[in-house]
Design a protein around this ligand. Structure first.
Ligand SMILES: *Cc1c(COP(=O)(O)O)cnc(C)c1O
Length: 357
């Protein structure tokens, strides 16, 4: 199951969904109903699991109408589903979520059998899978993950004693998929790794991954400024010497975190160039004093590789004290997505303006 929630972690849900389905993924996972509808509207037929909780009758009707598959998290929700679907005379596949230690969505694992029996009694609900989610799969210490796995197995044992055999079981996110094949069960819910990033550094030896996303923009203006000149809002940066400044057409509204102001570097012609002054909504400035004969329109790599140097979402995450998941999903619709065919040798034709490759 390819997890394409949050606009496929900022990469563009439709493009990613079509690509992964063509590459052999069988299921898609999203967080919300609108995310599922976006995929159905372009004609995607693959089963789509909604990972989030759905409670309102209108939402339940939308699920049935668009043939999305909901997660049921507790008996009350199952009853609301059953009643709403009875009124429209429909029956749908549902996925039961067990809480084995994440303390987020799901019914306590000890109550799995009771929960499943209640769902089974409804003629409008058909159990398609039973699943759980891991809290610490990216830790090098597997103890908590193993405890969650143990609980999951006990819950399955309970179900089996009650005569219930779910058609599918699943528990692995990217980190568990990479770290422990005994957690793979009938499908794995892979998000981050699909986008070429490692959930944790210690998983790097398992598989060779390369980031899918590159973020590039173009130089829109170049100017000389004198020592002592303030740059951008709040004059957080004052030129320490005469310098050459480049303005670039990308900002925090596109997903470049403002907290990277005067901290981040970008790549131009394979060289690291410092960003200076506050990053603004739509543009940011660079100290390009070291680049001779820079031209308007030149490509600036914010994330990705240029020459021998690569800047990754992990580098940004480290500077910001966050995780790469948050960096990726902050890239927004305004930033055009440019999709490149997989052939490594294909020339990259970036349209004017900015975008992702
Ligand atoms: C987001 C999510 C995933 C994917 O997690 P990654 O760490 O990005 O692989 C899997 N399962 C559930 C329930 C999720 O919410």
């Amino acid at each position: 199951m390819a997890i394409v929630k949050a606009d496929a972690y900022g990469h563009g849900a439709v493009t990613v969904a079509e690509t992964v389905l063509a590459a052999g993924a069988r299921w898609l996972g999203v967080a919300t109903i609108p995310e599922g509808i976006e995929l159905r509207e372009v004609g995607i037929k693959a089963p789509i699991l909604i990972l989030g909780a759905v409670n309102a009758p209108e939402e339940i009707q939308a699920i049935a109408h668009w043939q999305l598959q909901p997660t049921l998290c507790n008996p009350f929700q199952a009853l609301v589903f059953s009643e709403t679907l009875a009124a429209v005379g429909k029956s749908i596949p549902v996925h039961l979520k067990l809480d084995t230690g994440m303390s987020r969505l799901g019914t306590a694992w000890q109550e799995a059998a009771e929960f499943a029996r209640l769902v089974e009694r409804s003629p409008h609900l058909e159990i398609a899978s039973v699943y759980s989610h891991l809290a610490t799969a990216d830790s090098p210490d597997p103890r908590i993950m193993n405890q969650q796995h143990q609980r999951f197995r006990q819950a399955i044992g309970q179900l089996s004693a009650a005569g219930i055999t779910p058609p599918k079981l699943h528990i692995a996110n990217s980190a568990a998929t990479l770290s422990d094949p005994s957690l793979h069960y009938d499908l794995v819910r892979v998000g981050l790794a699909l986008y070429g990033l490692y959930p944790a550094a210690h998983l790097q030896p398992v598989l060779s991954l390369k980031p899918v996303m590159q973020v590039k923009a173009r130089v829109t203006q170049i100017k000389e400024i004198a020592a002592g000149t303030g740059v951008s809002y709040g004059y957080q940066y004052i030129a320490p010497r005469d310098m050459k400044l480049a303005v670039v057409g990308i900002g925090y509204a596109d997903g470049v975190p403002r907290n990277l102001s005067s901290k981040m570097q970008v790549l131009i012609r394979g060289k690291l160039v410092p960003q200076v002054g506050a990053i603004t909504m739509d543009q940011l400035m660079l100290d390009v004093s070291a680049i001779d004969d820079l031209q308007i329109g030149e490509l600036v790599t914010l994330l990705g590789q240029d020459g021998d140097i690569e800047i990754s979402a992990d580098d940004w995450a480290t500077m910001l004290g966050t995780i790469s998941w948050e960096i990726l999903c902050s890239f927004r619709h305004r930033l055009p997505r440019v999709t490149r065919a997989s052939s490594a040798s294909s020339a990259c034709s970036c349209p004017e303006g900015l975008g992702m490759l």
